[in-house]
Design a binder for this molecule. Sequence first.
Ligand SMILES: [Fe+2]
Ligand SMILES: [Fe+2]
Length: 334
Amino acid sequence: MRLPPPRGPVTEELFARLARPPGTALPEPPTGAASPLDDDDLQLALFACYELHYQGFDGVDDLWEWDPALLRHRAELERRFESALAEAVPRPLPVPPSHVRRALTALVAADDAAGGPSLSLFLQREAGPEVFREFVVHRSVYHLKEADPHTWGIPRLRGRAKAALVEIQADEYGGGRRERMHSELFRATMRAVGLDDSYGAYVPHVPGVTLAVSNVMSLFGLHRRLRGALLGHLAALEMTSSLPNRRYAAGLRRLGGDATAARFYEEHVQADAVHEQIAASDLCGGFAAAHPELTGDVLYGAACALALERRWAGHVMARWERGGTSLLGEPVAA
Ligand SMILES: [Fe+2]
Ligand SMILES: [Fe+2]
């Protein structure tokens, strides 16, 4: 993937440095006007810093990944992101380890009850092909690296929680069969709706509110101190996946998508009905039993996942209701 175009002073400075060999200091990133959770410039800068730990960028020296000046720069961006999250997402009270599963279910139910327009129902019943394609563009930022951010958690766990995370991740990676990897299934969906399936192709098109959904996983995944939040985040994803994916599949079929196009979504209806059980009971329950002091972190991670997803859905629905694009600039052509 190539470095995307910069979006403001933070990415202008950062991307100019990344094009050169590492070893020079980076200035303190200037403060943006928008909230860090939606700030296009800050979220793209953070995304790029994290991407150095995944696939990297064409023409960017791999040594940047652990360059001390870059890590200091990233730490400042993370500090702003974390404090904005702390402000926006009330921290759930800790619960006894045996209540973690119930508390996760309650968080998901409360988020559901909060209402608002349902993105999945809209995609199922009303969205036209251009809008569905936009939805796929937004989601491609995460689905083309599906499961990778939570995999950082594996070496940080022991016992029951570790076994549970490996079981979930093995499914996400297709049980070792490339054609069944969820990221590969998603590439087939992208091709079917006329999109470029190459990694990172649409990063330049998505706003900060979309990048934040991905960045929070990397934040939790790359810091051992946040491992409880990482597990709660995964549990929230799995617990809110089965029904929406059934609707996305129905929407895509309504628009003429075939079995190959819809397979990614249909696969998640079944797989995530199982994953949500493993994630809530064995992963989060097992982790909480071993670390009773971290149950609040597990619930906070779940709350962050739900809140950022809600912000993102609010953004795209508001744009679509006005008949506009939810992406940056022009709509993406098929
Ligand atoms: Fe998946
Ligand atoms: Fe899953």
